[in-house]
Design a protein around this ligand. Sequence first.
Ligand code: ADP
Ligand code: MG
Length: 250
Amino acid sequence: MSAPLFEIDALRARAADSDGPDILSGVSLTVNAGEIHALIGPPGAGKSTLAATLLGSPDYLVSGGALRFRGDDVTDWGPDVRAKAGMFLAFQYPHEIPGVSLVTVLRQAVSARKGVDLSVVELHALVAEWADRLGIDSGFADRFLNEGCSAAEKKRNELLQMALLEPDIAILDETGTGVESGALDVVAQGVQEVRKDRPGLAMVVVSQHPRLLKLLEPDFIHILRGGKIIDSGGAALVEKFVKEGVDAWV
Ligand code: ADP
Ligand code: MG
């Protein structure tokens, strides 16, 4: 039997800069190709900690358990090594980088992931195709990274990266995404557009928005509370969250 695509195995984690207790106290989750998993939970549940730990953030230390990707233990891999292997970690380039255009970053990221150097012309053609499909105006990619971008534009920028890098799994942290900005629709539509080409793309979406899950229609939903998964289910549980919000588990 081949290994699952992605496994979170009894994961424990704590803040790197404190000797406080574990924030995550044994989270387990198995993700197979093509599945969308949503992770929700009340404030303080550990959602942001889990997302940051999956992304390989230095702000958190894994104090127990493991992360496995295609059977390889990736717990100690840095974000760049994870990305090259086929894990897409949104918020890898969260900040404005003065003087660096999106197209430059994309070119380096595609080169690292695929081991081929696209010419500027090839990259522009690819960016133009996806910009059109994701509703991004041309010229966007030549702007400096995230400089003066709205929340929705930053989301489009991430989706463009996801489309070009062709990952096997994407981990999206939507905990900070505002509801008003239209950014949720951008995420949901963009994910659908990318999955048209790549139905095998698996996703873990950490969110707090019932509306996003209504749009994304995840296969599985997991409720995190007190650093543990307290409930998991399929469409019926997704519907419960969409209707009642996280209050149903508080
Ligand atoms: P959520 O995103 O679900 O609201 P968090 O992961 O942000 O929850 O936080 C979970 C718990 O861990 C909270 O009690 C929070 O105070 C604590 N925590 C999170 N990050 C840190 C940190 N860097 N240092 C100390 N405590 C932290
Ligand atoms: Mg949070």
